[in-house]
Unconditional design. Structure first.
Length: 183
């Protein structure tokens, strides 16, 4: 077996196409859109860390106060997950196919964390403020929950979210199939 046939034997265009679709979905198309009438706020997947740090940014956008650093940090994590998905293209080892699971795992973990962060009470009362403090914190949390209910109806998954989820699911499927079929 010569070098050219060895390279083409491991080159899987479907994996490359899946990774390219995830790249487009994560970095070039918006994953979330907050529709505030005339104003639409676009969030790319790499902005998710900003939303985890400050959930209120869903209404003001991913700008300022460390948002750029968050985007660079989480963008680096995204690139690492994409490089892991390319493992079967550069390695013949069976375990390399499991790298294709990285984008879907990152999206699932991010979704779980984001859901947890966004569903927390605005004001946590640990009992230090007494009965009056407890009532005030309950009132504030009820008000915040009503406002977040209105905002939630204004937040939509963007084309990037759908594309990257579909491509990540395909990569995970392809990775599991490749792992099963590898010798």
């Amino acid at each position: 077996m010569d070098v050219d046939s060895a390279a083409s034997a491991r080159l899987d265009w479907t994996v490359l196409l899946g990774v390219a679709a995830v790249v487009i979905g994560w970095f070039f198309l918006s994953s979330l859109t907050t529709d505030l009438g005339a104003l639409q706020l676009q969030f790319y997947f790499y902005n998710v860390l900003t939303l985890m740090h400050a959930p209120a940014r869903i209404t003001i956008g991913p700008y300022g106060d460390g948002a750029t650093l968050d985007a660079w940090l989480f963008g680096t994590v995204c690139v690492i997950a994409l490089l892991a998905a390319l493992a079967p293209v550069v390695s013949r080892r069976k375990v390399a196919w499991l790298g294709c699971l990285a984008p879907l795992a990152l999206m699932a973990l991010t979704g779980i964390i984001l859901y947890h962060v966004l569903s927390q009470d605005l004001i946590d009362n640990n009992g230090m403020l007494g009965d009056t403090g407890l009532r005030l914190s309950r009132f504030a949390n009820e008000l915040a929950n009503r406002v977040s209910g209105v905002i939630t109806r204004r937040v939509h998954v963007g084309l990037g979210g759908y594309l990257s989820m579909a491509a990540s699911a395909y990569l995970a499927y392809r990775g599991l199939r490749g792992y099963q079929q590898a010798s």
